[in-house]
Design a protein around this ligand. Structure first.
Ligand code: F6R
Length: 246
């Protein structure tokens, strides 16, 4: 695991965009695994600017998102489908048929999960997976649990996650209680992983996830076992990490 310490959110966003840009320069038809949330918005803005300046081309890129709320139609303002279009897809030359998220409106949970796993396999797997870090250590919607979930599945969201996400809804009651998410196995199968972390409110969980024991109680801790993970974290997020130096 490489940990790159940066000054602040702006630098984290630029460095994250640098890694994604490098991936696309080296492999223009990359399969990118993408995340929603506050963390990647700045990096997406950077990618849009680089597309506008002619430095990046998304014409051959395919994307698969980590997760989607169950029961929210795509048109809902809070769907991750909408989020991704507003924050990235609508501003770059990505082909609409190469953009994939779980279908939150598929009531057949087993069929949806199987179809999403099959889709990722049919694309040849994920070249680079972008992640944010949840306050309880979740990645995607893989919440703390007794074991690491392997494949795409449907989860009941935990109270803390509902609390954290309610800022996007009129009230906590409107936050969906379930979501489809890639499993930890799906994420770990990505060839490269980039996790971006920003802010003092992530410092405690960042220390546990990056330096603590690997445990499904802190789902992101599994990343310590991935062969190609780059964490781009700002000073505030790393403020509780005590690194050993020799
Ligand atoms: C989003 C996702 C989540 C977020 C995490 C951090 O698709 O899968 O795991 O990455 O909740 O969210 P922010 O970036 O809002 O702090």
């Amino acid at each position: 695991m490489r940990i790159i310490k940066v000054k602040d959110y702006a630098e984290m966003s630029r460095k994250t965009a640098n890694l994604i840009s490098a991936q696309l320069v080296m492999k223009p038809d990359s399969v990118l695994g993408l995340a929603t949330g506050s963390t990647p918005v700045g990096a997406y803005r950077e990618l849009i600017e680089r597309y506008e300046s002619g430095d990046l081309d998304f014409g051959h890129v395919t994307t698969v998102n980590l997760d989607e709320y169950k029961g929210l139609p795509r048109e809902n303002e809070q769907s991750y489908y909408r989020f991704m279009h507003e924050n990235l897809f609508d501003h770059i030359n990505i082909s609409p048929d190469r953009v994939h998220l779980p279908d939150g409106m598929n009531p057949d949970t087993a069929a949806e999960c199987e179809a999403y796993e099959k889709l990722i396999r049919s694309l040849g797997g994920i070249d680079l997976q972008l992640l944010g870090l949840g306050h309880d250590g979740h990645i995607g919607f893989n919440e703390p649990a007794a074991e690491f979930p392997r494949e795409t599945h449907c989860v009941d969201l935990q109270e803390r996650t509902i609390e954290a996400n309610k800022r996007f809804f009129a009230s906590a009651d409107e936050v969906p209680r379930q979501a489809y998410t890639m499993g930890i196995g799906t994420i770990m199968a990505a060839r490269k992983i980039v996790m971006a972390v920003s802010g003092a409110d992530k410092a405690e969980i960042a220390a546990k996830a990056l330096l603590g024991p690997v445990t499904p109680e802190i789902p992101a801790s599994i990343l310590q076992f991935h062969p190609d993970v780059t964490v781009i974290a700002d000073e505030a997020a790393l403020s509780e990490c005590v690194f050993q130096t020799v």
